[in-house]
Design a protein around this ligand. Sequence first.
Ligand code: GLU
Length: 447
Amino acid sequence: MSVAVRFAPSPTGLLHVGNVRLALVNWLFARKAGGNFLLRLDDTDEERSKPEYAEGIERDLTWLGLTWDRFARESDRYGRYDEVAAALKASGRLYPCYETPEELNLKRASLVSQGRPPIYDRAALRLGDTDRARLESEGRKPHWRFKLEHTPVEWTDLVRGPVHFEGSALSDPVLIREDGRPLYTLTSVVDDADLAITHVIRGEDHVANTAVQIQIFQAVGGAVPVFAHLPLLTDATGQGLSKRLGSLSVASLREEEGIEPMALASLLAKLGTSDAIEPRLTLDELVAEFDIAKVSRATPKFDPEELLRLNARILHLLPFERVAGELAALGLDDADAAFWEAVRPNLSRVAEARDWWAVTHAPVAPAADDPAFLAEAAALLPEEPWDLSTWGTWTGAVKAKTGRKGKDLFLPLRRALTGRDHGPELKNLLPLIGRTRAQKRLAGETA
Ligand code: GLU
């Protein structure tokens, strides 16, 4: 049987690093196994699901290179869920309940105050036809709970190892709301079964759902998949990421922070695993290194600074072709490989290339604070064409003529040619600046 996994976000908000890490791990798992990856939108919460969030999810995954082989949308499948619900009702596994949310809260509070777990007491199972008729005549509509078997539920989790739950320690889950709409606990199982998902890889916030859902798989006659529950990412202080979603959304990392897709992928593929985090330029390399057995049970910490450092390391390695589109989007249409190779060692974000473009291609007010020396240097500028050896030839001649060396030689030249104390190697910049500009800048002119 071929491996099939899914990433099943709810389009109720922007994807953040925590969600997209699960997408990536599923994708890597599929690619490694030669299996397929399904993108499923869990959009049955019609009040909170929005088309723009669905589009955002597709955009983010595409940007990262996480292409999907299959696509499904839960809101297209209500007919199928109704069919399954009808069968579960007929077999007595779904039963109608009439408690209001307030009544349920009271029940829970009372159990908790007695030091007991807040498990639903199945009072609705004891209702007779006349009770139900009376409740419905009062205008109450039923929601429907799944009757769990009070037997052990066990699975071998690919991350957590053997997991054991007692059915009797779990509340019968509500699968159908009062308005007839099916809930995630059911829809996810129906989809996983119908779409032949072999491995469910998701966050450890779903461990208790898994216990319940295994029984639902069995009740609907679906093959129970293998499960893997990954610890959720926290921030550097150990707090859950949910409170900082805005700044950690994939969209803001891309659009505001200038993070490269492979920087995010290189980090998220390795975070919380036994592998070192290293810059990788292609997803194929991550596929080759991926093994779910490397995922540890310890809580991984996501540090935006680490991501930015990795972004810089990736930029220092990326060839021009991989950033040409981004440079053009910054308005640097004429940027070429020579420019990119000159400036990339000084960048942590592609957008910073604009500053160096301004130095090589726009007027710069030079810091020409040693005019006599600069005039001597200008007189020694070689004729063009210039190449990567020009800087060495020129400064060799300046050194021989003036007797200056080291910082006394190089810093005034850098300050005059670029207007700055630091920057990319002048060997690389000088040919980009060109003789005309260089000569003017050495003369203290803005050029
Ligand atoms: N829509 C669910 C969520 O975002 C999917 C969980 C699952 O993978 O089953 O939490």
